[in-house]
Design a protein around this ligand. Structure first.
Ligand SMILES: Nc1ncnc2c1ncn2[C@@H]1O[C@H](COP(=O)(O)OP(=O)(O)OP(=O)(O)O)[C@@H](O)[C@H]1O
Ligand SMILES: [Mg+2]
Length: 1287
């Protein structure tokens, strides 16, 4: 199943844009999502540029600087377009975790930061989607990380192909595991510790993983190149043989040790002479088990494994065959026990092996015909050389056998559709002494460079042609001429010349070398070749290399002497024979292929192979020679940068245009930059992609010579232009973020203000609700029947009820209570002053001052009288509530009230009370509304028992005040209309300031005219939002007008008696009176904040002047505080403000007088605080007088000092019509993971039946010591030479 691509999601910012047109899994039309504002947050702070095509200055130094910055920032990967540059970090950066791997899965390489996983993903994705073979070519010097990179590629492909299978596919069981197992197996046999790398690959490897059409691995194949066989027989100091020798000698089982006479690595010349038996970073024993496990995974049988270890043991023992010079000057074996044991391991006669090692069969040739055959004894050096040749051949062929065996196991089990190849081969080598090996290695590198040029540089330039872009072609060094110099046939190149020289000089290597020297003169016609005596120089693409000719023809001949081949052919070990499949053809006259022929063949095969693939390049760089994770060796890296040709790479890439992207991708990245293509983050361009790109670039004010439109892509010339576009894009998000912040702050402020308003409103309502109900009840009861006094229509008044505190604790109230004889469980609901119409016999009735008290039981009229200079307050009259049948009043504004009670001698009381409506409501609440209220032009009452009388009310505008009474007639001026409603409640505090605008001016207008968003190029259109239902259905109900208030019943005319409903009928008790307004606390000291810096705010924000003091009104967690300054409010960054230490707070205010204990009577309607306040008020310490009507007590309305003693005089009669300014009692009256041949002689080890004793392994002298006769020679010019490249 082809993986899906979520292209378009850009995380890598600049990177993504830069390489938008190059390789990497970006094939196919990508779907594009809306630009992601949060990308800025996901971006890791990157050092330098992630793609060096964006470097402003293209010099090796600039490249070095960029790589350095990134290395220091732990960014080891950098692109040059689709070429990945990787610097060895020499430490675990934690960047190959399953999570990281997963994060690259399915992503366009361009979306992510440079990574080897991105290259692997690009290869895998392209294979699946573009149906093409892929190859990853990894190059770089020893220790730069090629093998590691190859392993990561394999890791990635194994993981993702497994994931694909998990999604329903079925790969070939075990292929993935085998592919991964080839790593430890081939590393054990093909890698060795060198001075430059503890795990240096001593061969080149090309691994091809084969996939079926579903992207699942079905097989794999490994092609091996140039194993460094010289290493088997010797290494320079501190280097080691191939890892497997150490693993085997250290980790072999007891049976293996017994069977192969195995001892430690220090017992064998080949493994010990270099003086390095162990490596700090390597655990040979554990690696051995890992090798065994890998052999198992790959399917090597126990016999096969045993045969492999037998060959390894043979090589080790051969290394210990020591030659000494005999009297005849010929070599002789110093200890035949060793040869016999080695022969035993080889399944040949011990004598035969010794003979082969000491003699060489020669055949004379005459005129091309075979002559006589005779044996030539060898001297010690020749014998050593013959022995080593055998060892090397054994190892080399063993290695090749292993590779082919692995290939048998991994042979594709199903049809192969595509292949992904991973090439991990030696990098270019320049040593102090360069020989045939370097020539071969460097030749292969030249071939690879050719591919690079062909596929990268030429391809790049072809793109410009295809896109019809005008550009100036760039010259680059085409190394085809060097390849021809080495491999050419006509004229003959170096390999052909070497072959000719090798064929002419038969047994004498030096004669052949000389022949080459002469012939090579012919090569000097090539400008890249210079003969220099017994050396020659080649000008490679990566630098000039001087090669030593001595020994070269012999290495090129690369054939084992016939005696050795005959020896092996005579072995009884089929495995050993199978290692040398090319039987000695005694009659053949045909020259066997030389090493040069072989390498040429395999290099060309490789090239042919690679050319069939889409290439991906990884160029590795080694930052230092010390394996240090922190050292960055500028000089060494500069050298690598030069020979890797990074600069040319960038130049060609940049020659034309630094950036190119398909139109759709360009749009997706930059559409935000033009108002014609973007509105509020949505893509709105209606035209084609090409015109969209043009519009964007034009609107972004990019000059026309900076960009060109190709056929499918847009090209931008300089990186600076791209940087600018990227910068503008970032700025866009920044600006949007600022706007959002501003709007948010305004929203928060508005929210707070709204909350404050609501709270304030509620508080005021809570307080006044009770009063408003009382007031409205009054209106209800009067039912528009009586003209009103203005005071009765106030927007707000506190209906305290017990104005005289008769139910409270004030002395004055107590006095009245006592006087009235009100019991402790009796509740006082109303008390006020009034005047009772007193009839005196024979005289006209007269109004006389009274204290009117309404309790839940009765209405009391208390009178204060003075008699003989003695003031006394006494109950004048008590009328049980139940007895009041009717409360009669006139329809005019006068204050007259009469209670119709059962007949009695005193008749019905008729009196005046300015708060008569409140009083009347109190009585109705007590009686459950059973008392009738009669309102009419006249009041009928019983003047005396059985004597009804009528008082009529008459208007007379001439009469001031609340009217006059005379002769059963009340004369009063016009009042407010009977249908009058109370005035609107007055605002308690000044209006709050209007909240900051939620959106800047003009936004609202844009919203209504906003363009329609269009689907971004390649993106799928989002589904439409659900259609809005019939516009009228859902909201209709909400639009209904609020229910009309229930109209009060129309008042019947005349004297109709209306029984009024009770307010809050469920309530048993009358509404509790609100607490009295607290006394004003001492104002806390204001916290002042000092502006640490100046701040220039924007809309809704407050400017700060450094040093000024401001007050913080509200602290938000988002870092912004609302401050006030000079009367205005605005937001300011909190970190700009510092609290100013203030002076100690002022002393606490004097304690208030504790409130009195709650009233013992549960029915008490008055909270104690209220009572306390009233008490205080009564004592004259507090004066909540503003909302209390005055005048009910003192006619003057003026608070009078506490009166220890009430004045003996009866307060003056409130003047009718006088606005009661405060009903308080401030008034002067009353008051809060074999068997064998013949046994040789003796041995140190217990001999196995039929097998020679294990000779005691000579402890070879270390390499650095005096050269032992016959000692292993230091291999010329291969391993371990000073790597000039790295020096
Ligand atoms: N990406 C990496 N992360 C961490 N360590 C690394 C990385 N690449 C390489 N190394 C370290 O560097 C060592 C050398 O790397 P590697 O063996 O891949 O080099 P090489 O290029 O294959 O060299 P040679 O040509 O000698 O085979 C590794 O064993 C490992 O310790
Ligand atoms: Mg390697």
């Amino acid at each position: 199943m082809a993986p899906s691509k979520k292209a378009g999601k850009k995380l890598g910012g600049l990177l993504s844009s830069v390489t938008a047109s190059s390789g990497g899994g970006d094939g196919g039309k990508a779907k594009v999502t809306k630009a992601d504002w949060s990308e800025g947050f996901k971006k890791k702070k990157s050092a330098g540029v992630p793609d060096m095509t964006l470097l402003s200055t293209i010099t090796n130094e600039a490249i070095n600087e960029n790589i350095k910055q990134r290395f220091n920032n732990q960014e080891i990967y950098t692109y040059i377009a689709h070429v990945l540059i990787s610097v060895n970090p020499f430490r675990d950066l934690g960047i190959y975790t399953p999570d990281t791997l997963a994060s690259y899965r399915g992503k366009n390489r361009l979306e992510m930061t440079p990574h080897v996983f991105a290259v692997a993903e690009a290869a895998y994705y392209k294979m699946n989607n573009e149906k093409e073979n892929q190859c990853v070519i990894i190059s770089g010097e020893s220790g730069a990380g090629k093998t590691e990179a190859a392993k990561r590629i394999m890791q990635y492909i194994a993981a993702v192909s497994a994931a694909e299978e998990a999604q329903g596919g079925s790969g070939i069981e075990g292929i993935r595991e085998m592919v991964l197992a080839t790593n430890p197996l081939l590393e054990s046999f093909g890698c060795a510790k060198t001075l430059r790398n503890d795990n240096s690959s001593r061969h080149g490897k090309y691994l091809e993983i084969m996939f079926n059409g579903m992207g699942q691995p079905v097989g794999a194949q490994i092609t091996n190149y140039l194993l460094e066989k010289n290493r088997v027989v010797g290494q320079i100091r501190d280097e080691r043989d191939f890892h497997i020798f150490y693993q085997f000698t250290k980790g072999a089982s007891a049976e293996q040790k017994e069977a192969f006479g195995l001892q430690g690595p220090d017992a064998y010349a080949y493994t010990s002479r270099s003086g390095c038996l162990g490596v700090k970073s390597i655990d040979d024993v554990s690696d051995f088990h890992e090798t065994l496990r890998a052999m198992q995974v790959i399917g090597l049988s126990a016999d096969e494994q045993n045969s492999i270890f037998r060959v390894l043991a043979t090589i080790l023992w051969l290394g210990n065959v020591d030659f000494v010079e005999g009297d005849d000057g010929n070599a002789k074996i110093s200890d035949t026990g060793v040869t016999d044991f080695a022969a035993y391991l080889m399944s040949v006669e011990g004598g035969v092996l010794g003979k082969v090692l000491l003699n060489r069969t020669m055949e004379t040739q005459r005129g091309g015909r075979r002559g006589s055959v005779y044996e030539v004894p060898q001297n010690v050096a020749q014998a050593n050389s013959g022995r080593d040749a055998l060892a090397k051949a054994l190892y080399n062929n063993l290695f090749e056998w292993i590779v082919s065996r692995v290939n048998v196991s991994m042979a594709p089990k199903a049809a192969t559709e595509y292949v992904i190849g991973v090439l991990d081969i030696y990098g270019f080598e320049i040593f102090q002494d360069n020989s045939f090996e370097q020539l071969c290695i460097n030749y292969v590198n030249e071939k690879l460079q050719q591919i690079f040029i062909e596929l990268t540089l030429k391809a790049e330039q072809e793109e410009y042609v295809n896109e019809q872009i005008k550009w100036t072609p760039i010259k680059f060094f085409d190394n085809a001429v060097v390849c021809e110099l080495i491999e050419g046939k006509r004229p003959a190149g170096i390999f052909a010349t070497l072959n000719d020289a090798t064929a002419t000089a038969h047994a004498d290597p030096s004669a052949a070398d000389n022949s080459f020297i002469q012939r090579s003169q012919m090569l000097s016609a090539n400008p890249n070749f210079e003969p220099r005596g017994n050396k020659f120089l080649i000008k490679h693409y990566a630098g000039d290399v001087l090669y030593n000719i001595p020994g070269m023809t012999d290495k090129n001949k690369d054939t084992l002497v016939k005696d050795i081949l005959d020896l092996i052919e005579g072995s009884k070990d089929p495995f050993l024979q199978s290692l040398f499949p090319d039987k000695v053809d005694q009659s053949s006259k045909k020259r066997p292929p030389t090493a040069g022929d072989k390498i040429k063949q395999s290099a060309n095969d490789l090239v042919t192979n690679l050319m069939r693939c889409q290439p991906h390049y990884i160029r590795t760089i080694k930052p230092n020679q010390n394996r240090s994770p922190s050292e960055y060796d500028d000089k060494a890296i500069l050298h690598q940068i030069k020979y890797l040709g990074l600069q040319e790479n960038i130049r060609v890439r940049r020659a034309g245009f630094a950036y190119r992207a398909e139109f759709s991708k360009m749009i997706q990245r930059f559409y935000l930059l033009s108002p014609s293509t973007s509105y509020a983050g949505d893509y709105i361009w209606q035209g084609d992609d090409r015109s969209g790109c043009e519009r964007i670039l034009t609107d972004a004010k990019i000059s026309k010579d900076e960009w060109q439109m190709g056929v499918t892509k847009a090209f931008i010339k300089n990186p600076e232009t791209l940087f600018y576009l990227e910068g503008e894009r970032d700025r866009y998000w920044h600006t949007m973020a600022s706007r959002i912040q501003r709007a948010w702050r305004a929203h928060v402020r508005r929210k707070h203000e709204a909350a404050t308003r609501i709270q304030r409103f509620w508080r005021s309502q809570k307080e006044t609700l009770v009063y408003a109900r009382k007031r409205d009840y009054g209106h209800e009861v009067l039912a528009g029947r009586k003209e009103r006094r203005r005071f009765s229509l106030l927007g707000m008044r506190k209906f305290y009820g017990d104005y005289l505190d008769v139910g409270g604790n004030s002395p004055a109230g107590g006095l009245l209570r006592n006087a009235a004889g009100i019991s402790g469980n009796e509740r006082v609901d109303f008390s006020s002053r009034g005047e009772l119409l007193v009839t005196k016999f024979g005289r006209s009735s007269k109004l006389s001052p009274r204290f009117i008290i309404v309790s839940d039981k009765a209405v009391y009229f208390v009178v204060t009288t003075q008699k003989d200079g003695q003031v006394s307050t006494t109950l004048d009259r008590k009328i049980p509530i139940a007895s009041i049948r009717t409360i009669a009043m006139t329809n005019l504004r006068d204050d007259f009230v009469a209670f119709n009670i059962p007949p009695c001698e005193e008749g019905d009381p008729i009196f005046t009370c300015a708060l008569k409506t409140e009083m009347m409501c109190a009585i109705l609440t007590i009686t459950g509304g059973s008392t009738t209220v009669a309102i009419g032009p006249t009041i009928t009452y019983a003047k005396k028992k059985d004597k009804q009388a009528t008082i009529k009310a008459v208007k007379n505008e001439a009469v001031s005040g609340d009217g006059q009474y005379k002769s059963s007639t009340i004369t009063v001026g016009s009042g407010e209309s009977p249908s009058s409603v109370s005035a609107a409640q007055p605002p308690r505090k000044p209006k709050v300031k209007k909240a900051a605008k939620a959106a800047p001016a003009g936004m609202a207008g844009r919203a209504t005219n906003r363009p329609t968003a269009v689907v971004l190029p390649g993106a799928s259109r989002p589904s439409a939002p659900p259609a809005v239902a019939n516009g009228t259905s859902t909201t209709a109900s909400a639009l209904k007008p609020p229910a009309a208030p229930v109209a009060a019943a129309a008042a019947a005319s005349g004297t109709a008696r209306v029984a009024p409903s009770i307010p809050g009928k469920a309530r048993a008790a009358p509404p509790a009176p609100p607490p009295p307004p607290p006394s004003q606390p001492a104002a806390p000291a204001k916290e002042m904040y000092k502006a640490l810096y100046a701040f220039a705010g924007q809309e809704g924000e407050m400017n700060l002047v450094k040093g000024e003091l401001v007050e913080v009104k509200q602290k938000d967690d988002n870092g912004w505080w609302m401050i006030t300054k000079n009367g205005s409010e605005g937001w300011a960054p909190s970190n700009y403000l510092k609290l100013v230490e203030s002076a100690p707070p002022p002393p606490p205010p004097a304690a208030r007088r504790p409130p009195p204990p709650p009233a013992s009577n549960g029915t008490s309607a008055a909270p104690s605080a209220f009572s306390a306040a009233r008490a205080a008020a009564a004592s004259g310490t507090s004066s909540p007088a503003s909302s209390r009507p005055t005048s009910m007590i003192g006619a003057s309305g003026k608070a009078a000092p506490p009166a220890p003693k009430p004045k003996p005089s009866i307060p003056a009669k409130p003047s009718v019509g006088a606005k009661p300014a405060g009903m308080g009692l401030g008034a002067p009256i009353p008051p809060s993971a074999p068997a064998a041949p013949t046994a040789p002689g003796t041995g140190a080890k217990p001999a196995m039946p039929g097998r020679p004793p294990v000779p005691s392994a000579a402890r070879p002298a270390p390499a650095g010591g005096p050269a032992k006769v016959g000692a292993v020679q230091k291999p010329a010019g291969l391993s371990g030479q000073l790597d000039l490249a790295a020096a």
